[in-house]
Design a protein around this ligand. Sequence first.
Ligand code: SF4
Length: 600
Amino acid sequence: MYGFLGKILRVNLTSGTIAEEALSESLVKKYLGGRGLGTKIYMDEVAKDTDVYSPDNKLILLTGPLTGTLATSAGRLMWITKAPLTGTIGCANSGGEFGPELKYAGFDGIIFEGKAEKPVYLYVNDGKAELRPADDLWGKTVYETTDAVVAATDPDAKVCCIGPAGENRVLYAAIMNEKHRAAGRGGIGAVMGSKNLKAVATRGTGGIKVADPKGFLEACTNARDILKANPVTGTGLGAYGTEILVNIINSSGGMPKNNWRDGAVDPDADEISGETLADKYLVRKKGCFACSMACGRVTKIKDGPYKSAGEGPEYEAAWALGSSCGIHDLAAICKVNFLCNEYGMDPITLGSTFACAMELFDKGLLTLEEMGGNLVFGNTDSIVEFALKTAKREGFGDKLAEGSYRLAESHGAPELSMSVKKQEMPAYDGRSLQGMGLEYATSNRGGCHVRGYLTSPEILGIPVKLDPLVTEGKAAILKTFQDLTAVVDSIGICLFTTFGIGLPEIANMLRTCTGWDFTDEELLAAGDRIWNLEKIYNMGQGFTKKDDTLPPRLLREPLPEGPAKGKVCELDVMLNEYYQLRGWSDQGVPTKEKLSELGL
Ligand code: SF4
């Protein structure tokens, strides 16, 4: 198979055995790789009533056919399992360099099953793999673990690992790679921790064969040229990172304040913007493997109480720890973001859970005594203190580690959790961006902005400008974006490429890489198949139409100010149309005809 190595590793952590298995070409053609293929393998192998922390649960790491090739931004890998935070399918992807290195070591992916008796790490080195003891790494941070594993293996090894948050089963623990890249959402790091698997290291010197080298080079060069000429991918992302969105989203009236309670126009937004970050703390920009956009930020707080260094934050992290908590000290936000990298936690859910606790306190449903601290809107020091307590599950941190839904529910007010399917929504108000509201409600992994990203047409005008305040046409474009994103996540390139290139360019790279004969429409249909597969998994876990919804605040509390003043999210109108376009019943259930059409 071109683009693939054709082999995966199966690692049984209970018995300590490691086996090589061939990838099925027919399955690969149908589910593409990464997210699609990983979900298919997971559903075939794991009984649907399996507890997320049972040794019978599996954790799957898969790359895509373009991962590690010359294709633009082709550094992606995908982790698939059941998500502890939501109970939905859990799939989280990451860039960096680990995915390419694994392929150069000879494997497209790894299936982890069972549970090790004691902590271990896996080392995959040019066609060989071995489990090694990791007792001395348990309790160590992501940075410490990465340095120790590199020292014990190869100076050029790439390392994925969990930090203390994953060991302590924080429900939004991340799996980090190269210290700063995160497969962040849904709590997959807690699944890795439950298996006593601390890290995976890989080193490879092989290569990847493509079907049509000349055609592939032309397709990749064409895609790169388009990305370089585009103002977002050629200039904006590199200059300011995703933090460039702070002032853009805020001026559109879509940046929620104080747990989404006090409108979505933040007068102090510029204090936490990409422009301010570049001015005060940016050391240099940084890109993942083969990426010309380089949205990564290497940042440093040189002095003061938050003196520290690391990478980030992204827009959504800066918002969650910033505007959503009434905080505008960018140094403190950077510091907490660094702690999230070090301890392996998702900063979106962390910041949103802080904001939920702050509103519970405002409403008299949570006391300072219960908190054992002062986690209130605007208290900058408190977010540093409680980030550490959460990672360690110390004191009130133990409750924060469960995420906002469980916290709010345990205090009698689940409606104060700004989450969908128990995962917190990030940074874009669904009252100001109606399509984003529909996207959150229908996302197969709960509140999420990267399962379609309708901010592109609604705010950035990519590929066409749509009025963010209207509902017409949003269901149709969302379905296309969701299907295209499923393709992108499965073949191993970064979603941000779609700011510049579209289906024709992506299909050309994939065709010339794999040698497969398919039309652009057939490729998009593969995305539709993957989306429906995830939907079927969620239905098996008990999710129904009632879960395709938004927090009551977005449906009933009109925005008080800004361009979207007076608006709520008109979800009902869009949801019915969306179900129809998907070929689902009015209860959101895929019909037999639809499943048959997709070969499911
Ligand atoms: S755009 Fe950013 S996240 Fe995507 S591959 Fe490039 S550096 Fe990584």
